[in-house]
Design a protein around this ligand. Structure first.
Ligand SMILES: NC(=O)c1ccc[n+]([C@@H]2O[C@H](COP(=O)([O-])OP(=O)(O)OC[C@H]3O[C@@H](n4cnc5c(N)ncnc54)[C@H](OP(=O)(O)O)[C@@H]3O)[C@@H](O)[C@H]2O)c1
Length: 338
């Protein structure tokens, strides 16, 4: 049987989901963990823009969101409450914070994430997989244990993981990836114990789950360390200040490589749709913006935003350095036009 959905556009975003004006879709309460991070912040923006649907939004993280977080929400800020909680503390302490502040939860969105101290350069950021797995599994399992100690009973629990689920951080992976693809067990991966802990919680409590797996995320937020656009913008700003062209810091293989990204605001619209759609319950979803691009296509735009000329890759390969990384599992000819 054919099904129909009404979609709408807002600014540069198109095909956004709309929802019927039904009583089960009004006066909802959301709990967003990691709300001052890149994913959580944009989700709060999307939910807060619908006062009839979302009457209360609880945001959990250790630090308060910055002032502009609330200022930018305008009158919607009155429906958004921040609760300072450290998910590395004991579940009983997390439960206490929840009991003190939260009366009801309809839907949970989990975006908490900790980057462990990395060894070596930024390219080694995923190299200590066991440490990442240990700390990030704890964030979720402590929170779930804390929830169990309260009478709060969400209908849906959405966990955001990502493309590392398929091993893209270790090297090339099968493309397109399917949500049903087997796990990559070459090293620890925190997404797997997180998914297992969530499945167990949902089995015990009757809540439905979602796992959403975006690609590289972009979006403006304080401390957005994982947003590669920040580095590119800083490079553009410096070249512009120095009145130099935007040289491409890679080779032609990189210039022509297809790349995709997942805009945080678009992810947020998708994630709201996922929890509000009954048929999407207990499903994992890969998501990205839907239009692949190459750096060669992007580079002239970046240069134009800074009003500077640009250069394609350096053709003389003797000017490149070869860097071995990712546990030496493969070599990458990359940044470093010297
Ligand atoms: N960013 C990307 O490009 C990307 C791409 C694909 C998938 N993902 C995945 O998406 C998920 C969310 O990542 P993100 O990039 O949105 O995260 P993020 O921007 O780094 O935000 C992480 C959030 O977690 C909170 N947090 C950190 N430690 C905490 C603790 N001990 N207790 C409570 N809260 C804590 C942080 O706030 P406080 O520091 O104030 O506590 C912050 O709000 C992760 O699984 C990540 O792997 C990210």
């Amino acid at each position: 049987m054919a099904t129909h959905s009404v979609v709408y556009s807002e600014g540069s975003l198109h095909g956004l989901p709309s929802f019927p004006d039904e009583s089960n879709l009004t006066n909802l309460t959301a709990l967003v963990t990691g709300a001052n991070g890149i994913s959580g912040y944009h989700l709060v923006r999307v939910l807060a823009a619908n006062p009839k649907r979302w009457s209360q939004i609880y945001c959990l993280s250790r630090r308060s969101p910055p002032d502009n977080f609330f200022e930018d929400l305008g009158e919607a800020a009155t429906r958004v409450k921040h609760i300072a909680v450290d998910f590395l503390s004991k579940p009983a302490q997390i439960a206490e914070r929840l009991k003190e502040n939260v009366q009801k939860i309809d839907h949970v969105f989990f975006f908490s994430y900790m980057q462990t101290q990395q060894k070596g350069s930024v390219l080694e950021m995923w190299s200590d997989a066991s440490a990442l797995a240990e700390v990030n599994s704890k964030l979720l399992s402590n929170f779930l244990d804390g929830l169990r100690l309260t009478s709060l009973q969400p209908k849906r629990f959405l966990l955001q993981t990502g493309a590392k689920n398929y091993g893209f951080h270790m090297g090339p992976a099968t493309n397109p990836s399917f949500e049903s693809d087997p796990r990559v067990t070459l090293e620890d991966n925190f997404y797997y114990p997180q998914e297992d802990a969530l499945a167990k919680y949902c089995e015990e409590t009757g809540a439905a789950w979602n796992v959403v797996r975006p690609s590289y995320i972009i979006g403006a937020v304080r401390d957005g360390a994982l947003n590669f656009m920040i580095g590119l913008a800083i490079y553009g700003a410096i070249q512009s200040y120095l009145k130099k062209p935007l040289d491409f810091p890679g080779d032609y293989a990189a210039w022509d490589r297809e790349f995709c990204q997942s805009t945080a605001l678009l992810n947020a619209h998708f994630e709201e749709w996922a929890v509000l759609t009954d048929k999407a319950g207990n499903e994992a979803f890969n998501i990205h913006d839907g239009q692949s691009f190459t750096w060669g296509r992007f580079w002239p735009y970046l240069a134009s935003w800074f009003g500077i000329p640009w250069n394609p890759p350096e053709a003389d390969s003797s000017k490149f350095r070869i860097w071995a990384h990712w546990n030496n599992s493969f070599n990458v000819q990359s940044p470093g036009v010297v």
